[in-house]
Every structure is written in C-alpha cells, then in structure tokens.
Ligand binder design. Structure first.
Ligand code: UD1
Length: 366
C-alpha cells in the first residue's frame, strides 16, 4: 500500500514522528512524506525534524504564510499535482491545521481514502480556524483515529459510522515518552540561567489572544502581576512576536525584570523547560495534553477547549481571559494547591503502533 503522509505546521511534526517510524518498519507500506511548507522558519520546522529524527520530507510544497484562502488554495493546487504523479492508495493527515484540511479535500475529491489522526476533537467554537479544519477533515475522512472516547462520541453524533472510528490514543504522547530522557542533553536551563521549579512557562499564539490590543494588554497586566512572585519564560511564536511589536508591547515588557521573551524553541529544549517549570500558561492544544500527561499544572487561556479530558482527568484549568481569575488560580498553584491529575486511557506510548496495525488490516482488505 502506498501512503502519502502530510505535515505542514509545527504541531504536526511531533504527531507524524512516531507514525513514520512505525510505517517504515513494515514492508507492506511504501511511504512518501510531504511537507506543505506552511511553517518554514528553521525554528518552526527543521529543528523539529532534527530533534525528533524524522526523515527529511520527500516532497516540500514550499507554500509558506498567507491568508487562509490563499494558503489553503496553494496547498490544494500543489498537493493535487503530487497525487496525480504518485497515485497513492491512502493519504494520512494529522491534527487540525490548514494543511490538514487542504490535503484531505484534494485526496477525497480524487477518491483517494483519507486517514485522519486526532479526529473528533471539537471546541464547538466555529470562530476558531482549527474547528473548521477539524469539521471538514473528519466529514470526508475514511479512517478516523481518535485520542479519547469523547472524540468518538462527537463523531458518532455527527453521523460518522462506528466502523470508521478507531480509538488508538495519543501520538503526541508517544513522542513525549520517547524523547523525555533525551532532554538530559539540553542545556536550555543553564543557557537561560534557570533553576528547576523557579519559573512559569508561557506560550500564546491563538489569533483570539494575540491579534488584538486589548487582549495583549490584558496579558501584559497578568505578566506584570505574576512576575512579582516568579520568573516567567515566554518562547514567542512568530505571529505573537509580530503583534507584540505592532501593539508596542515589547517596550512594556522591558519594564518587567522577571519576564523573559525567547525565540521559538526546539522540541527537546521546550520539553526540558516544561518538565522543570512550576506551571504552564498556554493557549496551545498540544501543551494541554503534554502537561496533563506529565501532571504539571496548566492554565489554558481560552474560553473553550477541544480537549476536555485534560480538564476532567488531567491537570488543565480552562480559565478564559479574565485577569483576576487567572491571577487567583495561578497564585493558588504557586502555593502548591492544584489538582494532581490521573492517567488518561491509551496515552501510553503505543498509539502509533495501533494506528499502523489498523492500516495493515486496511491494506489486507485491499
Ligand atoms: C498554525 C495553525 C495553528 C497551530 C499553529 C502552531 C492554522 C489555521 N493554524 O497557526 O492551528 O496551532 O500553527 O504554530 O493552520 N510565521 C513565521 N514563520 C513560520 C510560520 C509562520 O514567521 O515558519 C508567521 C507568519 O508571519 C504567519 C504567521 O506566523 O503569517 C502565522 O502563521 P500561520 O501558519 O498562518 O498560522 P499560525 O498562527 O502559525
């Protein structure tokens, strides 16, 4: 069976790594890895291939950044040429970025079956670009791999037949388990002059949080308050950096001695910072999952989450953007009062293996 797997943006890379590793072990598969080029800076892309040992993509579409329609359209046009040329039996997509949706539409229109890894997650907030990507990708996928039972339920409610849904667990956790020990080689704590448990880690990049001045000012107020008590380390996503500059927040940040902005970090350096921090403040989906697995308290600065299991079983608090609420809960956590979390079913390092077993069965059926 010839499989084309697709990656495009940063959170895709840690999801594809264990899948490619397991696919390559099986002689039944011929595999082609396509990178759409949605993310292209070394720090947003190549460094993850290096850290995670992902083979160099066989094909790079080099699409880059643009408006949603433009980026999606460019991926579609270029990916269609690849499908014409290579005629795969299956296209495998991961996550919920624009590249995920674009490539699943193209394959589906050419009647090539689509497998979607991380299907069924729903924030029920259609103002999020990722929610649209998730809904469309799932509605046209033939094999839907889920990370949790609530995703299965969402899909069934939308009319997806049970026989298409495979609860396999979380590939991002496969990658985390595999790479945790390797963080010993990261010198990030030393380089940044940090000691274990003396800092809070922040990541924010959602348009709803960083694309308007009120929200950025609100965040700066939260940092101003918390940095009186703890160091704050904030690796800044390129979108966020642009907005911080545009809205004059970098200047304000300079007045806060305990707040440090850094460039985006590689996988191992970031994981090392996460493993040793007191708490994480984020709006990322993946980090809600990773902190829950690691039992590190996490405040999610969003009104909703497509990963509710991280708040029920995990260590995640959905706190919205209300300044006082965030500061109050953050202080409770800094005082040591927080939920300790429980193990989440099938987040056990074996999700990619399960995915490949399903694909082997699929290949046998022809
Ligand atoms: C994308 C995904 C989002 C994911 C995030 C992780 C969509 C709709 N969004 O958001 O789900 O959580 O990636 O990072 O697919 N830029 C660079 N260098 C890069 C890439 C981007 O400087 O390598 C800058 C560009 O100015 C670009 C902006 O960041 O305009 C945003 O990039 P884009 O890929 O459009 O969306 P993200 O915010 O990264």
């Amino acid at each position: 069976m010839k499989i084309i797997s697709v990656v495009g943006a940063r959170p895709n890379f840690m999801k594809i790594a264990p899948i490619v590793e397991h696919i390559k072990k099986k002689r039944s598969f011929q595999h082609i890895l396509v990178h759409t080029g949605q993310h292209y800076d070394r720090k947003m892309s190549k460094s993850f291939f290096d850290d995670l040992g992902i083979p160099k993509p066989d094909i790079d579409l080099g699409v880059g950044s643009s408006t949603h329609a433009n980026q999606t359209a460019q991926v579609m046009v270029k990916f269609e040429e690849i499908l014409f040329a290579h005629q795969p039996d299956l296209v495998l997509v991961v996550g919920d970025v624009n590249s995920t949706m674009a490539c699943s539409i193209v394959a589906s229109k050419l009647n090539i079956p689509v497998a979607h890894v991380e299907a069924g997650l729903r924030s029920f907030d259609r103002t999020m670009p990722e929610e649209i990507n998730r809904l469309i990708t799932d509605s046209i996928s033939n094999i839907l791999f889920t990370t949790c039972r609530d995703a299965d339920r969402n899909l069934k409610k939308e009319g997806v037949p049970a026989k298409k849904i495979f609860f396999v667990g979380n590939v991002m956790i496969d990658t985390l388990i595999k790479n945790k020990k390797k963080t010993a080689s990261s010198t990030v704590l030393k380089t940044m002059g940090l000691k274990k448990q003396e800092y809070v880690l922040v990541t924010l990049h959602r348009p709803s949080n960083v694309d308007n001045v009120q929200s950025l000012n609100n965040l700066m107020d939260i940092f101003a308050n918390l940095q009186k008590r703890t160091k704050i380390i904030f690796p800044v996503h390129p979108r966020t950096r642009k907005q911080l500059i545009e809205f004059g927040c970098l200047e304000k940040a300079k007045a806060l001695p305990n707040l440090t902005f850094t460039d985006p970090l590689g996988y191992l350096d970031f994981l090392k910072l996460m493993l040793n921090c007191k708490m994480v403040l984020t709006d990322s989906g993946g980090i809600q999952e990773e902190t829950s697995f690691l039992k590190i308290p996490c405040l999610t600065l969003r009104e909703n989450t497509e990963r509710p299991i991280t708040t029920t079983l995990g260590t995640n608090y959905l706190v919205g953007m209300k300044k006082n609420k965030i500061i109050k809960i953050a202080n409770q956590i800094l005082d040591g009062k927080y939920k300790k979390g429980k193990a989440i079913p099938y987040w056990d390092g074996k999700a990619a293996q399960r995915i490949v077993n399903v694909l082997l069965q699929y290949a046998k059926k022809g």
